[in-house]
Ligand binder design. Structure first.
Ligand code: ZN
Length: 256
């Protein structure tokens, strides 16, 4: 949800109870974890106690979400409080729990909610209205394209059609058939998967030249005919036409 223009709060699970809202921030982690203070962080350690990974502290993330939701309620004139907990959904062993702050396993949710349900506040009808109101203001969170998040450059990635069995680069065998030289896997449509990878990983848009590079096409006409099969939004004219996927409809190929 957009809290203030351009600033969003993303919530895993939001539960509305008469006494207030409850946010559950789900963390699916394995291994041994230590919540460290000053500065707050989460360390993953191996059996010898050496740190193998460092994460942002989920307790801080939860606090931000609670604060942002409270601001959202306030700005929308809704007299409603918010609270929450971090839920560990994986097999992680917590060697050192956070000094202050709630961290639960999945099984503890029931007890946590039961405790809160004892308190009164909004009526069921008011809660339904609030739930509808929140739904209307919810914007789907789109994390794509992902490339910026992994610190890898576009040059390091093979963007062309890949074998879905062994990930080797596919070759075009004939007009209709693409073949994996390594394992002989065949497909008539390497396009959809390749375009999905492009849009989810590399960029929200694509231009004709990039399509030709991806599929080794010579003709701009063939590249634009290919793009016609997909539900993409066109922007611009001629050579500078940009095709965008809005990520909300499936990127499937229309029947010819
Ligand atoms: Zn293969």
């Amino acid at each position: 949800m957009e809290v203030t223009p351009g600033q969003y709060v993303q919530i895993d699970v939001l539960i509305l109870l008469p006494s207030g809202a409850v946010i559950y921030e789900a963390k699916n982690m394995a291994g041994r974890l230590r919540f460290e203070e000053h500065p707050k962080r989460l360390d993953k350690v191996d059996e010898h106690g050496s740190i193998t990974d460092r994460y942002d502290c989920p307790m801080l993330q939860l606090q931000d979400e609670i604060a942002n939701l409270q601001v959202w309620f306030h700005l929308h004139g809704i007299p409603f409080g918010a609270d929450g907990a971090v839920i560990m959904t994986g097999s992680a062993i917590i060697e050192k729990p956070p000094a202050n702050g709630r961290i639960f396993s999945l099984r503890e949710i029931r007890g946590h909610l039961a405790e809160k349900e004892k308190k009164t506040g909004m009526t069921v009808q008011e809660l339904r209205q609030l739930a509808d109101y929140i739904r209307r203001h919810n914007r789907p969170y789109i994390a794509f394209p992902l490339i910026g998040r992994f610190g890898i450059s576009a040059e390091e990635v093979e963007w062309g059609p890949l074998c879905e069995t062994c990930n080797s680069r596919l070759g075009r065998k004939s007009e209709r058939v693409w073949l994996c030289p390594a394992c002989k896997w065949k497909t008539a449509d390497p396009f959809t998967r390749t375009l999905q990878d492009w849009f989810t990983l590399r960029s929200g848009t694509i231009v004709n030249r990039q399509v030709r590079e991806l599929f080794g096409m010579k003709s701009p006409g063939a590249a634009s005919r290919l793009l016609q099969f997909y539900p993409l939004n066109k922007d611009g004219d001629g050579r500078s036409t940009c095709y965008a996927w809005d990520y909300t409809t499936p990127l499937t190929r229309r029947q010819e």
